[in-house]
Write a protein that binds this ligand. Structure first.
Ligand code: SF4
Length: 511
């Protein structure tokens, strides 16, 4: 049986897909990177914006009828409560059950026929909130029992076979026989979701294993007004220090040289500094990065580590979202513009040059011209190396969707966005010009062949520096370069979002 995983969304989904792969390979299934070869196509979904969900629904229709479809993660973990099938109230159970304590849980699922029978036999009583069975310690809900959306989608797309919660991935070996798969698996390596260590499996979005992603916690309690994550993922759970460091050691034994620590508010982990210090001591580690931090959890100790530890990448991503106190308050971001100023000031005063990037949300409801001008002031002042500009997208259950009306005229929206892009382009050019003649260590991420009428064949090399400047260069001869190579280069020119280099040395330090 061959399976293929379609990954949508953030790095977390890439690292989770590696966990799904580890479990299914343990069930003697084969992973195929060619979707056409797959008997089963697994959708690892994202719902941070409506656009992401629309993309997934569109992709679902492209899957061949003879291929089975399984769906997991965000898109089906928040829709639970807004599915328009109130007739099935009795079946509504919260997908936010806690981590299961038993290794032999009861698998609760319902076929479409059972749903129909149930609907006819027991019309719903007003305000019925009761779950079918509510002793949550040994129940795994799948398909209709997990999310009535399964019922809707499987009516339209008959090859949809399984909905499961990502945290229940480790139960796949016992879930699959329920849907008629003959499964044999090595029960020794069945492990709880966060303890699954995907050995020899690529955990990152890079096409090589030099980079390994390690989640250090899951879910988020910040409840920012616009964000669906707390509703799709629920309450925070931190993974133990020893487990995280052991996973890093294992990936480095398996040839990884760059470790990226993952979580929505990664620097909030109570042992964050200890985790960084322990991983920085691991032999053969070349680079350590982390994403995504939260501005208020940047401690003095963390900044000092950035200053003195060369292996800790000289790049800090600080998602500020806005610089207007009015908007920050409405977003429920627990800091104000003065603090934003202080955060960045502290980074700027470090002896080591640190690249700073940020996230800005545009078109947030009720954003006035004055609010927008505040954010522009921030960007003009701090000249970020990169700004990830997110367009506000109303998400179900969020406070903003419930309370704030999005009344910004279309024309204003686009004027503001192009103003931001223009400023970003100008800042990036200015910052990249300052990089000329500097010596950098770059990680080659991807080598793409390209044909061109004039020069016939040449290679596009996609790479990124330690301060996370990514760019693409084309060269005539790539024979000496491999994906995952670390190269020492001299920057010879800088343009907006682009750095040009020449190789000084190839650091093939693979142990
Ligand atoms: S910190 Fe805010 S924006 Fe980030 S995941 Fe948590 S709720 Fe969402």
């Amino acid at each position: 049986m061959k399976f293929h995983i379609l990954i949508f969304g953030c790095q977390m989904n890439y690292s989770d897909s590696a966990r799904i792969k580890a479990i299914l390979i343990n069930c003697w299934m084969k992973y195929t990177s060619d979707i056409k070869q797959a008997d089963i196509v697994i959708f690892d979904t994202c719902s941070v914006r409506q656009k992401s969900e629309d993309k997934i629904t569109g992709k679902l229709k492209e899957i061949w009828k003879n291929q089975k479809v399984w769906i997991t993660w965000c898109m089906i973990q928040h829709n639970l409560r807004n599915a328009k099938i109130d007739k099935m109230a009795k079946f509504k159970v919260w997908n936010f059950s806690w981590s299961l304590k038993s290794k032999t849980p009861e698998i609760i699922w319902l076929t479409t026929d059972e749903i129909n029978d149930f609907k006819n036999k027991y019309p719903p009583e007003k305000g019925d909130k009761g779950g079918l069975i509510n002793n949550k310690w040994n129940i795994v809900w799948i398909n209709n029992a997990f999310n009535p959306m399964f019922f809707n989608l499987s009516q339209k797309l008959k090859n949809i076979e399984l909905f499961f919660r990502i945290d229940d991935v480790w139960f796949l070996p016992i879930i699959l026989p329920k849907i008629w798969y003959k499964i044999k698996y090595n029960s020794e390596i069945i492990n709880e979701y966060e303890k699954i260590i995907p050995q020899w499996i690529n955990t990152s979005m890079n096409p090589h294993q030099t980079t390994a992603y390690i989640p250090i916690s899951t879910w988020c309690n910040q409840f920012c007004a616009y964000c669906i994550v707390p509703y799709a993922r629920w309450l925070e759970r931190n993974f133990p220090l020893k487990q995280i460091v052991d996973e890093a050691k294992l990936h480095i034994q398996n040839w990884a040289q760059e470790i990226v620590l993952l979580w929505q508010i990664v620097n909030k982990h109570p042992d964050f500094i200890e985790i960084l210090k322990s991983i920085l001591k691991i032999e053969w580690l070349k680079r350590l990065r982390y994403t995504s931090p939260y501005p208020t959890y940047y401690s003095k100790e963390l900044l000092e580590l950035h200053e003195k530890e060369n292996k800790l990448c000289p790049h800090i991503h600080i998602p500020l979202q806005s610089w207007s106190d009015n908007i920050l308050k409405k977003m429920f971001r627990w800091y104000d513009s003065k603090q934003c100023y202080e955060f960045i000031d502290k980074i700027r005063w470090l002896k080591r040059h640190i690249s700073i990037t940020t996230d800005i949300i545009v078109w947030f409801p009720w954003e006035t011209e004055k609010d927008f001008k505040e954010t522009i002031k921030l960007i003009k002042y701090w000249k970020f190396d990169m700004i990830y500009i997110w367009i506000y997208s109303s998400r179900p259950w969020t406070l903003a969707a419930k309370k704030y009306e999005n009344d910004i005229p279309y024309k204003t929206k686009h004027k503001r966005r192009s103003k931001l892009n223009e400023l970003l382009k100008k800042n990036s050019l200015e910052n990249n010009k300052k990089e000329i003649w500097s010596i950098k260590e770059v990680l080659v991420n991807e080598i793409l062949i390209q044909w061109n009428t004039k020069t016939l064949k040449h290679w596009n090399i996609i790479w990124y520096t330690d301060n996370m400047k990514q760019t693409l260069i084309n060269i005539q001869d790539s024979s000496k370069i491999k994906e995952w190579d670390f190269l020492t280069v001299k920057i010879i020119d800088g343009k907006s979002f682009k750095l040009y280099w020449e190789i000084i040395n190839k650091n093939t330090t693979k142990h």
